[in-house]
Ligand binder design. Sequence first.
Ligand code: MTE
Ligand code: MO
Length: 478
Amino acid sequence: QSKQSLFTRGDVRSHTTKETGIWVTSNDGVYDITDFVDIHPGGERILLAAGHSIDAFWAIFSLHNSPETKELLESYRIGNLIPADQDPTYNATRDDQSAITSALERLFENDPIRDPLLISRSDRPCNAETPPELLTRDFVTPNNLFFVRNHLPVPEIDVEEYTLEIDAPWVKNPITLTLKDLQRKFEHHDVMTTLQCAGNRRKEMHDAKPVKGLQWTQGAISNAIWTGVLLKDVIEQSIGPVPKEWADKIKHVQFHGAEGYGASIPSHKALDPRGDCLLTFAMNGSPLPKDHGWPVRALVPGHVAARSVKWVTKITLAEDESESHWQQRDYKGFGPSKTLEESDYSTAVSIQEMPVQSCVTVPQPNETVPVVEGRATGIKGFAWSGGGRGIVRVDVSVDGGKTWTDAKLTRPGQEAGKEWAWTHWEASVPVTKEGPVEIVCKAVDTSYNEQPRDMESVYNVRGVLVSAWHRVKAEAVK
Ligand code: MTE
Ligand code: MO
């Protein structure tokens, strides 16, 4: 079959198994994705689209608009739909629609019920943020209120069958561990760590100038006490220390998620005794909830949450970063004037440690701030920095950033260089009059890094690493 071959929708519909070949359409193109299904982790999910248009599926995999995905798909092209079936306004038949709907339902049938207090940004897959005022109600976020960021459906994992594979280039037979092995063979550790999504506060940047991605406000961040075993212990006690001849070559530790997500971190972080990287199975004293990676999640304190891979089933010590879409083609920063097309993912550096961040959580926009004895009171928020850097100061202003007052900090009390958890802060700031106030906060971390003043200077078209001064317009009242 040449790329010029023409097929009917009927032809496509008769190719739904490995024996016949698995065909799908996207716009007018016809694709034989049999091989893709074999080699792509999680690819078997696409079987649900077999014989149909894959467009609805690409959309849920959030890959639809990525030029790389289109390129990948093009490599499987076997031809086009006949002109009669090519109508660009083609409406899926009832059969198509119900096939896609039931396939979508089946894809997500293992997703848990979420707390209705979470603010949903997308349902399938689930992306939901912690409500702002609840971010600072508890220092440790309750499990049901911890933000959820899923790129794909929650995988169904039978704990009795679950295994974690540890592999490295010099290892002949990869080691496999069960959940019980992990829990019994290695020393347990509790680590309090804040996780923040790279896209937290994207909506603020979008409001300044449009960006592409989920419209998170400030709640794609939460804090928990994670229980697990040290990644370093598991690696060293299962496959042994990195042999001399590999020591200079092994630069990354890759994590593979059961549902097809993947990411990697530098090996120095993974193997650093002070790095506190865990394979966790409990969160705030309860078994890890399904949404947060049950039964086992890699936890990488101080790094962007995207590297803390949930439902981890394989760990590979490697010379290169993870090949996953989310390591290679996402979660990278670009300059303020780069368009999506100009953003060269092949040379940009992956986001790992995060920059210093802070937000006002109380009041929210248009709410009132009580004025007591000439001070706007009860202003609250959080601050956090990556790489284990703590927060030394939070400056708060009620005149848009002309004059500043130090906030009172509630710090996590963690060892210097291992301040993985956020700081909460509260401020009461002198005001000269009642009426509209613009509350602004900025944090300073232990390296004396400060948040940038404006969105413009840190603008990037994917809306990641949003760390400009946080501003809330409220009303001061006696
Ligand atoms: N791990 C897997 N397996 N699948 C995912 O979609 N999302 C990542 C990371 N780990 C993800 C994952 C991203 S981008 C974020 S922000 C965090 O998980 C979110 O963690 P949470 O849902 O526990 O808050
Ligand atoms: Mo994320």
